[in-house]
Design a protein around this ligand. Sequence first.
Ligand code: ADP
Length: 220
Amino acid sequence: KSPIRGDSVVVIGLGRFGTAVAESLIRLGHEVLGIDENAETVQRWSDRLTHVVQADSTSSEALRQLGVKDFGRAVVGIGSDIEASVLTVLALEEVGVTDIWAKATSAKHGSILERTGAHHVVYPEAAMGERVAHLVTGKMMDFLEFDDGFAIAKTGAPREAIGKTLSESELRTKYGVTVVGLKRTRNDFTYAKADTIVEGGDILIVSGTTERVEKFAALP
Ligand code: ADP
């Protein structure tokens, strides 16, 4: 599928976060215009993104000249320089970008960004910190929580489920979680079915409310 103009994204601030976003977008088939004020950074990324330009993103005039308004979305990855981050969001808003995403390094930074006109504020460090807390304290191998208190986790199978089918072990009735997928050593993930027999060493993908998923993953 060839990308259309509306699928193009401007990524501003090619630090660790911005470049991770930009590289993933490229892999997903989108066109990416990268903007950074640092000449060396621009040079380093010039052949990896669709276009990379050196500019001060706090200047709405510079953004206008680059045609940033024609891009459907913008992601602001500037983190350490809060002033530049906020002024960039303002400038994007001023030139008329209708979908602005911005990274915040603290709750205060985030609330300023929201009031400045960012449509989505993300907290990569807080989100990752929370995720790692779940991973280090239990036997979860991955954890993803959605806004509304619903979560999905990758975790080892509890002892009581081993040797039984999913319908026999009644995990949904007992623990309120749904097993969506299952991975056996050296195999790919498969969808869980009622007659799937869980073996020792199997890895489960379970979904449910955050609290229930946490309790389930803590079972021996
Ligand atoms: P990370 O923590 O994800 O690496 P940083 O905040 O360290 O993020 O990276 C910010 C990037 O944004 C740097 O490459 C920096 O050159 C760039 N940047 C900072 N201010 C501006 C600005 N006014 N215009 C364009 N790029 C900027």
